[in-house]
Design a protein around this ligand. Structure first.
Ligand SMILES: C[C@@H](SC(=N)N)c1ccc(Cl)cc1
Ligand SMILES: C[C@@H](SC(=N)N)c1ccc(Cl)cc1
Length: 393
């Protein structure tokens, strides 16, 4: 159904233009709920900008700025830095969400989740601004064996001031214990490609797919940090968050992921440690996975870590607490992305052992550049290409 549109007179809208702040809106993009076409929650100036352009008139700078949304939201490391927690609003609920570039469903605990299962969680309550998609369902399973499923509504979602008022919200009717017992997060917001959204009978668009055409640029920037809050930037890149230049490389979205190839890797910072002529590594940029998972690297890496061993009781490679592990660098285009060895000293386990932040991906079928890698970089996810950009923090 074509969204209902309201004919605008240029005069009426130019009154809006006059009322706009002289300085372009640079942070959170708030919405005046002027009569705007349904589904696209955007500043009325967006229509004015479009009208100016349509009639070949120059778009005044304050109009252009207001028409192009940008927004930023803080993301905070959870317990043991296993995930990052971001506050968003869904309908009239404020939820702690795991933004996940490795999946494409926006789901949350809800008033439809049995009270025993949503204990300790904030949850979404379909309300006056919601519409139920009758007969639509969703059912998702994640790599760590966790899962959730339920019904589907549309409602207003706001992330860092960027808002969309017809976002598909997947309201959980059930969730596995990894979620019910993890009261740090109330759901996930997927930023992978909408092609892997699980809603049936019709897959729904991710939040980014819904808003990207109304952002200043159809991109989002990710700054996950070690031991400190970071940020998701929508519609712009913030050059105060990285050093040097951003190096972009192509993304293969054929499996619905932000998949890219590093031309090679090297262990340790000095040259004699480097694994010369290593093979390339193809993997996905995945904020929803904690570790860096790749089989081809683990052997070369842990060979260089005194006392490292595969400990089946711990379910992975561990090494003595007294060991300082070497850095791990990846060549991406002409850029070298370096993960400090201390990030690979991920967690204390057993007696006097450390569990490595680099583990095997055997059986997964793809390598994963998870949080252990991402927290050393500012990463730009660009839908045009698509491409992905990296710069050192
Ligand atoms: C793509 C991620 S899951 C996610 N980020 N939503 C993944 C897949 C398989 C394994 Cl084994 C572990 C993690
Ligand atoms: C994004 C998926 S996958 C993963 N991180 N391995 C996820 C996130 C959080 C929980 Cl509690 C369970 C699963």
């Amino acid at each position: 159904m074509a969204p209902s549109t309201v004919a605008f007179s240029l005069v009426a809208l130019s009154a809006v233009a006059a009322a706009l702040p002289a300085t372009p809106a640079s942070q959170g993009f708030s919405l005046q709920q002027v009569a705007v076409p349904k589904g696209v929650a955007r500043h009325p100036a967006a229509h004015l900008a479009k009208a100016y352009s349509k009639y070949g008139a120059a778009v005044p700078s304050n109009v252009a700025a207001a028409a192009a949304a940008t927004g930023s939201v803080t993301t905070t490391p959870g317990q043991g830095e296993e995930e990052y927690i971001t506050k968003i609003t869904v309908g009239d609920a404020t939820l702690n969400i795991d933004i996940d570039t490795g999946s494409a469903d926006l789901w949350a605990f809800s008033s439809l989740t049995p009270a025993s299962e949503r204990k300790g969680h904030n949850y979404y309550k379909p309300g006056s601004s919601s519409k139920k998609l009758e007969g639509y369902t969703w059912d998702i399973s994640y790599g760590d064996g966790s899962s959730a499923s339920g019904d589907v509504y549309t409602d207003t979602v706001k992330v860092g001031g960027v808002s969309f008022d017809k976002q598909a919200i997947e309201a959980a009717t059930k969730a596995s214990s990894e979620f019910t017992q993890n009261t740090e997060i109330d759901g996930l917001l997927g930023l992978a490609f909408s092609s892997i959204n699980t809603v049936s009978p019709k897959p729904q668009k991710t939040f980014f797919d819904n808003v990207k055409d109304y952002l200043s640029k159809p991109i989002f920037g990710v700054l996950l940090k070690h031991g400190a809050p970071g940020v998701y930037d929508f519609g712009f890149t913030d050059d105060s968050k990285y050093t040097g230049e951003i190096t972009y490389t192509d993304v293969d979205d054929s499996e619905g992921f932000w998949s890219f190839t590093a031309d090679g890797y090297s262990v340790g910072s000095s040259s004699e440690d480097s694994v010369s002529a290593s093979e390339s590594v193809t993997g996905i940029a995945d904020t929803g996975t904690t570790l860096l998972l790749d089989d081809s690297i683990v052997d070369a890496y842990y060979k260089k870590v005194d006392g490292a061993e595969y400990d089946s009781s711990q379910g992975g490679y561990v090494f003595p607490s007294s060991t300082t592990p070497p850095d791990l660098s990846f060549k991406i285009g002409g850029y070298t992305a370096t993960v400090p060895g201390k990030y690979i000293a991920f967690a204390s386990v057993g007696s006097d052992q450390i569990y490595g932040g680099l583990q095997s991906n055997s059986g997964i079928g793809l390598s994963i550049f998870g949080d252990v890698f991402l927290k050393s970089q500012y990463v730009v996810f660009d839908s045009e290409g698509p491409q992905i950009g990296f710069a050192a923090q």
